[in-house]
Design a protein around this ligand. Structure first.
Ligand code: MRU
Length: 330
């Protein structure tokens, strides 16, 4: 399994290869790979590696090995539902196999399909969202919801890409997204590479830009959207939604069907708390005194009343979300 090492961007575009599920779990944990849809496919590939590397001819032995790898991969990051969706999808395929060899082949075929589907899904979602953007508008995004966060094309950035493909001039405001700087490093890298007009801003400049009327639409990705219409995404999304509402700017999460969680409500979701090291250091350099206490919640939750509509590959989801999410997604 070969992936871009996202921790090295934008300085170096390097690829890393994994041959064992343990390596994939570590890559997820350390954010070599990140972004909800990318996590789904990566975790599924982790299970597929366990399947193809196993030498057993006994189906129940193979299933035990796959369960062990699946559990390890499940324990990496708790918030993005896609991770669990990806693992469950390949495990289901493995469970329906009649022999160990058949399980190996069908799991490998399934992940290949997931990889291809992801790009198609994002392109469909992009076309749905592009209709919301007028020529000449400025979109404020958050974190990285682009090609890097998926197999390709992106969700929020997929919407921008589709609008640009329609011939619209689109500008993107990119908050740096502390602490891991996915905006400044990854979103800016993608947009500069594609020649799409973008401006990196400090996270703290979001309110100011909105108050000056410099933002027409807010479009972000999502790690999980619960059946009651709450949107979990990178920390800082909630404050963008509050400020967008204060200034009358529409706020749209853009996500594939695999990000919708129809079996949980917002109270049941775990928000990942990451290492304090991410906060006290910037790119390895210490910025806060030793001994200071630190909180590092990696995601936040935006309530449905701050969401204008949701962009999905199955169509635009409008209010009331509690009614319309299950209708559009199931
Ligand atoms: O911690 P990360 O970088 O995995 O968080 C990613 C995000 O919050 C993205 O906005 C989300 O996964 C959507 S990606 C299409």
């Amino acid at each position: 399994m070969k992936m871009i090492d996202q921790t090295a961007l934008p300085g170096r575009l390097t690829y890393v290869t994994y041959t064992q599920p343990e390596g994939v779990a570590e890559a997820i944990d350390t954010m070599v790979v990140r972004g909800a849809p990318a996590l789904g496919v990566a975790a599924a590939m982790g299970v597929a590696l366990a399947a193809v590397r196993s030498t057993t001819h006994d189906l129940s032995e193979l299933m035990k090995e796959l369960e062990r790898s699946a559990n390890l991969l499940r324990s990496t990051r708790p918030t993005a539902i896609n991770l669990f969706w990806g693992i469950d999808r390949v495990m289901k395929v493995a469970r329906s196999a009649k022999s160990a060899d058949q399980a190996r082949v069908s799991v490998a075929t399934e992940v290949k399909m997931m990889e291809e589907e992801d790009i198609e899904t994002n392109k469909r979602l992009g076309r749905v969202g592009a209709d919301l953007i007028e020529d000449g508008e400025t979109v404020l995004t958050h974190c990285n919801a682009g090609a890097l966060a998926t197999v390709g094309y992106g969700t929020a950035l997929g919407v921008v890409r589709a609008a640009v493909e329609q011939g619209k001039l689109v500008k993107v405001l990119v908050p740096e997204t502390r602490p891991a700087l996915q905006g400044a490093r990854l979103t800016a890298f993608e947009l500069v590479t594609d020649g799409i007009d973008c401006t990196v801003i400090p996270d703290t400049a979001v309110g100011h830009m909105l108050s000056l009327g410099r933002v027409d639409k807010v479009i972000v990705g999502a790690d999980r959207i619960t059946s009651d219409g709450f949107v979990f995404n990178k920390i800082g999304t909630y404050q963008e939604a509050v400020l967008a509402s204060r200034h009358g700017v529409p706020f749209y999460p853009a996500a594939p069907y695999s990000t919708f969680d129809l079996s949980h409500t917002h109270e049941q979701v775990t928000i990942e708390e990451r290492s304090f090291e991410e906060v006290v250091r910037i790119r390895g350099r210490r910025i806060a005194p030793k001994g200071v206490s630190v909180a590092n919640p990696s995601f936040d939750m935006t309530p449905p009343e701050l969401v204008t509509a949701m962009v999905s590959d199955r169509g635009l989801i409008e209010r009331p979300f509690e009614e319309n999410i299950p209708q559009v997604i199931s």
